[in-house]
Design a protein around this ligand. Structure first.
Ligand SMILES: CC(C)(COP(=O)(O)OP(=O)(O)OC[C@H]1O[C@@H](n2cnc3c(N)ncnc32)[C@H](O)[C@@H]1OP(=O)(O)O)[C@@H](O)C(=O)NCCC(=O)NCCS
Length: 210
């Protein structure tokens, strides 16, 4: 399989974390430990036959398959699992829409509760940004979180993102909530010693190299 999808060979190492592309074999474990505060895109269909938690686990799996099934160099979504202390503790996603032209990455992430509050959130986002800014030629990274999501906003601010306005969305409960948008430009990226392995074969997957 890896001959056809060399992305599976990508590895990021930073501090005591390893980030690697999610594989189908990771889904049962990750879906089972998926926390109840991760949320999902409210535009996605909920099945009446499933509980809220079952819907979220199904949508999580579908998000994995969708990312692989729709990948193209112009538009991609890379789901990286986080290995920490010998365990899979969460997911860091990096997204590029019209990336060769816009050179902007968005991100999303979650951790099991037991792994939170120890700087893992900052480290995993930093690792993904190291890939984006130092290897993929990103010029900006954006992020957004509800204004009460102190941990997500804390990660962004710690890394140096600046506030970039407020937007309104309808959340998964149908309520209108405000999102804090943030942005970090390459000139303000502090840099980080992120080890990246297996990048050369996948550069064309990001619209780079030949
Ligand atoms: C968002 C998430 C991945 C962050 O990971 P984390 O390991 O908890 O975060 P860190 O320990 O790296 O902390 C990041 C910063 O936020 C601060 N922070 C973390 N939790 C906080 C809380 N509950 N209240 C206030 N500040 C908090 C930390 O102090 C730290 O800032 P500092 O370095 O300036 O002290 C994790 O909390 C999570 O999985 N949340 C649920 C899913 C989610 O909301 N994802 C983001 C959707 S936009």
């Amino acid at each position: 399989m890896d001959d056809y999808w060399p992305m599976f060979g990508l590895r990021l190492r930073y501090r005591d974390l390893v980030l690697r592309p999610m594989r189908e074999a990771d889904l049962p474990h990750l879906a089972a430990v998926l926390p109840d505060d991760v949320g999902h895109d409210p535009r996605l269909a909920m099945f009446a036959s499933q509980t809220f938690a079952e819907n979220e686990r199904r949508l999580f799996c579908q998000g994995y398959w969708r990312a692989l099934g729709t990948w193209e160099p112009a538009s991609w979504e890379l789901h990286l699992v986080i290995e920490y202390g010998g365990e899979l503790v969460g997911v860091q996603t990096l997204e590029g829409t019209n990336f060769p032209a816009l050179r902007t990455v968005d991100s999303a992430s979650w951790l099991i509760r037991a792994a939170r509050g120890r700087g893992v959130g900052v480290a995993m986002r930093t690792a993904a940004l190291g890939l984006a800014f130092d290897h993929l030629g990103a010029v900006a990274a954006i992020s957004s979180a509800t204004r009460d999501n102190a941990a997500s906003l804390g990660v962004s601010r710690r890394i140096g993102y600046a506030d970039n306005g407020i937007s309104r969305i309808v959340d998964t409960s149908g309520d209108v909530v405000e999102l804090q948008n943030l942005r970090l430009t390459a000139d303000r990226w502090a840099g980080a010693p992120v080890e990246v392995h297996g990048l050369i074969p996948v550069l064309p997957w990001f619209g780079l190299g030949s």
